[in-house]
Design a protein around this ligand. Structure first.
Ligand code: BES
Ligand code: MG
Ligand code: ZN
Length: 493
């Protein structure tokens, strides 16, 4: 799909995409283009402020060059542009490409670069932006919205070597994110634990990963009492999904990625209020992020070992459902008093984390739409994190800076851990109260990580956006798919 070439106004494209910075002189390719278009770009720049960050202006070329349209994207001040601001600008231009059904596209790579973001980086961002910006949510209307035109060819004009390879890497990141978005956006009746397991197996087969899907009987034998307790209220069979990528057979190190795969959360007997309950189809956002990351890793193939573990269930209510006051025994042997059946994520993650350790994970990251409290604390643009290991936390934060996905740490002090030990009848209380809700939820999961270096990511706010942004449409965002993959890739020796 991607090709690197030297800029020539005589080449034919549906659209040529260029970036311009406020104030600065044009790069040489933009100047060439400006000349061919009889100074249209510089005139517009003077009068219409088209260089403002995020603005996309179409210039019809009337055959003065061989592209039908030029998209001029404003990038703001050159010395202030960052990877993130350029990614957003490119994704928003890509949304326009989809709307206008463009299929042969070219980019002036140099026009997006500055001192901190070079042409290679820009090429990655073009690939990523194209995938992210062209994603649409499938609907199920009589006249459905399946896209009939898609991008066929992307020419990258620039001087860097193998810009096409860099763009392909970016595109892979974007596609993994889109897989996660798709899984989150699929309605709960069409994305049951069984469907989620099928999707996971598909990812495994695509990349040649080992995989295993545990059924109820096997969970009973192994003693996965926490996952089984949550699943008891639903007619849909639970699944424990495992994917394994062995990128470095010589190494003992295995990064475990554990994703909450709750395909619909009604709250159970501690039922949720009716308003917006439909959005709880997104409660498998952690699982989606893990599968998105595995899809990215399967293409990039770093020499690192990764184990993906996804406990999956519905949280519903029938005559056998888990009840407040019930005491259950988790796979680890620790007992849990269930004070609130809506705090189900930490229960299934408890068994997910323990199982990942049993299968050899030496480091753990769990990702989950775990608490409403994290939305109160951080809103929908920042993921909440908690850890038992400073160094590993730093690795995750570093990766998130590269991918532009914000993460903010929450404290893990002793008094919070004590709040979990407030059951008279069991080792742990699954719902110690509203105070510090995201912290106690995270630390509950941490009880099962024990001494294994562990980072918890609460994506209840970031997995879903309730309005469209430059990066994508309303709905699933694919949050943390790219960051999880980046953490693994950064471990490459
Ligand atoms: N899946 C929810 C958390 C959630 C809330 C995700 C909003 C996305 C958006 C989770 O299972 C839950 O219900 N948590 C409870 C915990 C409480 C009962 C201790 C919550 O946040 O209210
Ligand atoms: Mg819940
Ligand atoms: Zn939940």
């Amino acid at each position: 799909m991607f090709k690197t070439a030297v800029f020539n106004t005589k080449n034919e494209h549906d659209v040529l995409v260029v970036g311009i910075f406020e104030g600065d002189a044009f790069s040489s390719d933009v100047e060439t283009l400006n000349q061919s278009l009889q100074q249209q770009i510089s005139k517009l720049k003077k009068t219409k402020k088209i260089a403002k960050q995020g603005k996309c202006t179409s210039i019809y070329t009337l055959n003065q060059i061989q592209s039908d349209v030029v998209y001029v994207i404003g990038l703001g001040k050159k010395n202030e542009a960052t990877t993130e601001s350029i990614r957003v600008a490119l994704a928003s231009a890509s949304q326009q490409l989809t709307k206008e059904k463009m299929s042969k596209v070219a980019f002036l790579v140099e026009s997006f670069a500055n001192e901190s973001v070079d042409q290679q980086d820009v090429a990655v961002l073009i690939g990523e932006g194209l995938a992210l910006g062209t994603y649409t949510v499938v609907d199920y209307k009589e006249k459905n919205n399946e896209v009939d035109v898609s991008i066929e060819e992307v020419v990258l004009y620039g001087s860097g070597e193998q810009l096409d390879e860099a763009a392909t890497v970016g595109y892979t990141y974007g596609q993994g994110t889109n897989l996660a978005r798709k899984l989150v956006n699929t309605p709960g009746n069409l994305m049951t634990p069984t469907d989620l397991a099928e999707e996971a197996v598909e990812v495994a087969k695509k990349h040649g990963f080992e995989y295993e899907v545990l059924e109820r009987e096997e969970m009973e034998k192994l003693g996965m009492g926490a996952l089984l307790a949550v699943a008891a209220g639903s007619d849909q069979p639970p699944k424990m999904i495992v994917l394994k990528y062995t990128g470095n057979p010589e190494s003992e190190e295995v990064i475990g990625l554990v994703g909450k795969g709750l395909t619909f959360d009604s709250g159970g007997i501690s039922i949720k209020p009716r308003e917006n309950m439909h959005e709880m189809k997104m409660d498998m956002g952690g699982a989606a992020a893990v599968l998105g990351a595995m899809d990215i890793l399967g293409s990039i193939k770093p020499n690192v070992n990764v184990l993906a573990v996804i406990p999956s269930s519905e949280n519903l209510l029938n005559g056998s459902a888990l009840k407040p006051g019930d005491v259950i025994t988790s796979l680890s042997g620790k007992t849990i008093e269930v004070r609130n059946t809506d705090a189900e994520g930490r229960l299934i993650l408890a068994d997910g984390i323990t199982y990942a350790k049993q299968l050899g994970a030496t480091k753990l990251i769990d990702v989950a739409t775990l608490t409403g409290a994290v939305i109160i604390a951080l809103g929908d643009c920042t993921t909440g994190a908690i850890t038992n290991n400073e160094e590993f936390m730093e690795d995750v934060l570093e990766a998130s800076v590269e991918t532009g996905e914000w993460i903010w740490r929450l404290p893990n002090y002793e008094p919070y851990k004590k709040m979990l030990k407030t059951s008279d009848v069991a080792d742990l209380n699954n719902a110690p109260g509203r105070a510090a809700g995201s912290i106690t939820a995270g630390l509950f999961v941490g009880e099962f990580a024990g001494d294994t270096p562990w980072v918890h990511l609460d994506i209840a706010g970031t997995a879903w956006q309730s309005k469209a942004t430059d990066l994508g449409p309303l709905g699933g965002t694919g949050a943390m798919a790219r960051t999880l993959a980046q953490v693994v890739i950064n471990k490459e020796e």
